[in-house]
Design a protein around this ligand. Sequence first.
Ligand SMILES: [Zn+2]
Length: 432
Amino acid sequence: MKDKILVKLQEFAYFIWLILLVFIAVFVTYFYDTNKKNQIYFLQKSFDNVYLKKSLTSLTAEFKPRYVSIDYKVQSGDTYENIIDAIDIPKEEKKLFLDNVKKNKEVKSLKQNQKIFFKLDRKDQTKIIEFKIEIDKKREAIFLRNKSLTSFKFNIIEKNLTKVVLYKEGTINNSLYSTAISLGIKPNTIVEFARLYGFQVDFQRDIWKGDSFQIIYEQFENEDGSLVENGDILFANLNVQGSDLNLYKFEYDKKKVDYFDENGKSMRKTLMKTPINGARLSSSFGKRKHPILGFTRMHSGTDFAAPTGTPIMASGDGIVTRAQWCGGGGNCVKIKHNSVYQTVYAHMSKFGRGIKKGVRVKQGQIIGYVGSTGLSTGPHLHYEVIENGKKINSQKLKLPSGKTLKGNKRKDFEISKIKIDVLKSELIAGLN
Ligand SMILES: [Zn+2]
């Protein structure tokens, strides 16, 4: 009997070993996994430690590669000085760079949304070895450091891109974004489209399934379509629950472009109600129990919940009067728009590029990013509007509307509008 069992066992020996191995494997993986999770947890914990963070950045700085590339898109109000000041290079280097670009008439003035590129050599003292700037969609200026390093060689490169004008229309099922993407519209164009309507439409709350949109926009492409750059939106329409919101691009002053409705009225208002996209109003103006302090007090602003890092826009043109830590408000920015209005943005994770006291900002310009600094229970934007020194409810703000074109400008606008309408019918006819 015993022998028989032994023989049987021998027959199954391989099988038993196999099962044992599987058990060992599962066991080992499990412990490895939990261990790893713990390690990650402790690593994250130590990353949150500011002091360690600092020493880590200085440590990693030692290992940074020799060449560094910087891509940047010019924001309104930017100057060569503030851009070059944001880069860590010696003074003489900054001066040499500024002298070179400023004596070149093709590039000496910066335009909003212009793409620029720096290549730095960090060997010994950091030097700019290449600087590129887009003159227009078809041409690029390039400054290459000469061998002796004393100056730059200047060249213009033709990009050989063709401008195409596209017409797209769609019905919104899920979100404007997903519908537009499915139509092949590039993300930057969609963001721009949403920004145009930022004063009138809250894309989280006002858009319903079945609402539709039309858009005419430019795109620059090379021969095989592998390189695509964004151009301007020429026309946009958003049909919200049966009513059309038409917007026409129009150059109302030399090199000054804005969007107007069919009656020549600008969509730009003095202040935006919601200086952030894709956020949820989480706490409104008025008396409430403070989530951290626990007692009831006046909530003198409006809170918008949004993920950390969501860009926050200047709700109107103005001058930054504060961009610093302000206690319970964490990192905050204050903007003075005119003699009547000021706005405050609090709990930011970080400030926008170049945002500091005294800087002039344009409506819609990114001034910072959502965070949870100061007295805050989670990532959100605390937004305050101050009217004649008194905090008021931004959501009930009676906004002075944008200007309406008059006189000759209105006539020019009507002509430009007709041209766009003709273009639109041609493009639609081309679709069929
Ligand atoms: Zn708040």
